[in-house]
Design a protein around this ligand. Structure first.
Ligand code: DGP
Length: 112
């Protein structure tokens, strides 16, 4: 399977690691949209949130549990935004489930 983020997980493509545990990997976005822009991914390949079910949701729960710890380590005590893009209308460009953490400045009120 040809997946960019799986290649990052395997170390075939370098990345700026921010956090790692047995289930989760987080690294800096190559094209940051905010002073802090971190991508948080499950080590299990899921193409997007569309593939999450009750049976595999544990992989996602580890990601969600890691996010506040990553945000705190990044100094985002004033707040941050978490986004996951899904599919064409969501402008998802990498088909491995990932959550963007954006922060380090006052973010806009609009999300579209
Ligand atoms: P999305 O549009 O939601 O699928 O976000 C994909 C993000 O992945 C986008 O913000 C740019 C980032 N990205 C793409 N290729 C690479 C890469 O090779 N390394 C890193 N660190 N980020 C990447």
């Amino acid at each position: 399977m040809d997946c960019l983020f799986c290649s990052i997980l395997e170390g075939k493509i370098p990345s700026a690691k921010v956090y790692e545990d047995p289930f989760v990997y987080a690294f800096r976005d190559i094209n940051p949209q905010a002073p802090v822009h971190v991508l948080v991914i499950p080590k299990t390949h899921l193409a997007s949130l569309d593939e999450v079910t009750a049976e595999n949701a544990e992989a996602v729960s580890h990601v969600l549990a890691a996010i506040p710890r990553i945000a705190a380590a990044e100094g985002l005590e004033k707040g941050y935004r978490v986004i996951t893009n899904v599919g064409e209308h969501g402008c998802q460009s990498v088909r491995h489930l990932h959550f963007h953490i954006l922060g380090g400045k006052q973010l806009s009120e609009t999300m579209d």
